[in-house]
Design a protein around this ligand. Structure first.
Ligand SMILES: [Zn+2]
Length: 175
């Protein structure tokens, strides 16, 4: 199934996913010989003179050097670490928020070990209580990740990419 926005997953020469771009940009890279197509869609892209398959995954012809993503604590990083999955009920594909495992009123801090991705329902259920008071159990103990990939399964799970992307994106958020 094609992704909603006709987006294309861009892999580095070493097959590391490094970017997501639009079809137009991908076609330009392919046309200039700066990338090759690895996966395409069934739809054909027609131009005046030719037709080619719509790209879904492309690989760059040259290695792009990029620093490993810095693991800085932020709301976004917590969501990425937890794969946009509620750490209490395991739900995905709903609006997520950040939950303080130990609430602020009990001295809970803004740290990797005390913050998790939670759905609004669990967050509301938990309220201002500790997880044990609210009878909510964490799926896993939160910790600081050593590495967060640019692009992971979370992207596909959120419906932002094609199913074929799974072959190329890391499943694990912990390095
Ligand atoms: Zn939940």
């Amino acid at each position: 199934m094609p992704s909603r926005n006709g987006q294309v997953l861009v892999l580095n020469l070493d097959y590391q996913p490094i970017n997501i771009c639009g079809t137009r940009r991908a076609v330009k890279l392919l046309y200039l010989g700066k990338a090759e197509i690895l996966e395409n869609r069934e739809l054909q892209l027609r131009t005046v003179t030719t037709s080619m398959p719509y790209p879904s995954v492309i690989k760059l012809a040259r290695l792009i050097r990029r620093p490993r993503p810095q693991v800085k604590l932020s709301r976004k990083a917590i969501l990425a670490r937890d794969g946009y999955k509620c750490q209490y009920c395991g739900k995905r594909n709903v609006k997520m928020t950040i939950d303080h495992v130990k609430p602020r009123r009990l001295g809970g801090s803004f740290t990797w070990e005390n913050l998790v991705c939670a759905c609004h329902a669990c967050n509301a259920k938990k309220g201002d209580r500790s997880s044990s008071e609210a009878h909510l159990k964490l799926l896993r103990k939160p910790k600081k990740p050593s590495f967060i990939p640019y692009i992971s399964y979370a992207i596909v799970d959120r419906g932002l990419g094609d199913e074929e992307w799974r072959k190329y994106v890391p499943q694990k958020l912990y390095g």
